[in-house]
Design a binder for this molecule. Sequence first.
Ligand code: UDX
Ligand code: UDX
Length: 463
Amino acid sequence: MRITNVCCIGAGYVGGPTMAVIAQKCPHVKVTVVDLNADRIAKWNDPDVDNIPVYEPGLGEIVAHSRGKNLFFSTEVDNAIDEAQLIFISVNTPTKTYGSGKGMAADLKYIELCARQIARVSKGDKIVVEKSTLPVRTAEANKNILDNTGNGVQFQILSNPEFLAEGTAVEDLLSPDRVLIGGENTEEGKKAIQALVDIYANWVPKERILTTNLWSSELSKLTANAFLAQRVSSVNAISELCEKTGANVSEVANAIGMDSRIGNKFLKASVGFGGSCFQKDILNLVYISKSFGLQEVADYWEQVIIMNDHQKRRFSKNIVSTLYNTVADKKITFLGWAFKKDTNDTRESAAIYVADDLINEQANIAVYDPKVNYNQVLSDLDYLETRAAESNKKHTISFSDPYEACKNAHAIAVLTEWDEFKEYDWQRIYDAMLKPAFIFDGRNLLDAKKMNEIGFVFQAIGS
Ligand code: UDX
Ligand code: UDX
């Protein structure tokens, strides 16, 4: 089957960039991205591509290239489903906040809603592609819903997990390490797999397109993220030991990273990993393991999360104890709120948890992030439900100018590794702060020697 019309349900950080790249690389395919959120769709359609809702370097140009030609953003979900031969599901699958599996299992209600909608609308055979990260064996549930509630048409389910990292999404999509496609080992299953392979083959070398069975594909995505997160937790565990022993975690990381068996990626000690995937995917792995009675397997992976929570808490505790055991009414400036640089995404960002701890100690938090606004900061804190929204508002403020943000601060905490922070006039910042002026570098971003020379009391993670 030659695919000429695809649709994607979910215009988020995954669906938006992925479809923009498919549209650019496959001019013969009409790509429609739909979303329930009308505001989000309107932003994707904004004539000025600087206003699209997802910030990713290079994405604006790619959207501008195809939008209105073979790339469309719309709220008309039924129409798009009806027209498409192949449908990507890229809606969010947050961790459940209620009922059984609360705080651990993935909430699949949006996925199920999508499956039911596809079943209701479809008048012809379709391929349904799971793009969202899902617990293993979700495809089975989707297939049941589609086959039993549909209009008697045939559905093929594929799993095609996304491995892009935010901040480098465009690069990752244009030259992926691999594309993974899982499907059923039947005649129809193989045809569906081939149809999707043919789309990616427009720009991805054949040897980088892997095909597997559905369960392997679903589990590979969780496993990839669990392994990456485990490396960060491992190096973060060593960072604490470094601080006690006089070792320097960057030096240790460099030394072990040169071992080709270990490799040098994902060894940056930090205030803790964030993002929409790592924690959620590991919790999925833990939950599935537990549900099969594999307690040791569950405990093993859960420790990655426990270490990450510890790292965030340790950072805020250190700020309090260094500032003479009290931060009440002190101004602490956060440089960065996003979960990593080059994205406006703040989901599970370490900054949120560090701020929450410090507000519990009655600190006043001043935030500067080049891509995150005040409303987002407030909604992230409110989401934790630690205290009344009024109180979050009282204890936070945000600035669009970093020098203003740092003025009269007792301390600066670096939470995101934005490149621009390195270029600041740090002498000017020092002169405008209260003394002694502290910096807590949660990203090992700034030059310790330079900061000490200016007069800062400087502490970085892991040294
Ligand atoms: C999400 C998940 O977080 C990730 O695990 C998965 O791999 C891909 O989907 P992301 O694109 O970053 O990643 O999520 P988000 O930015 O929240 O986008 C999801 C979009 O789906 C939202 O815009 C939401 O409005 C939309 N949506 C959700 C629908 O259109 N219909 C629904 O029923 C539910
Ligand atoms: C991740 C995976 O990399 C990607 O393949 C998957 O599809 C989705 O999840 P993402 O969440 O966008 O991508 O970001 P990633 O670059 O993996 O970083 C995750 C977190 O780990 C960030 O908070 C980052 O700052 C932190 N991190 C990463 C470190 O603290 N140290 C490192 O060395 C690397």
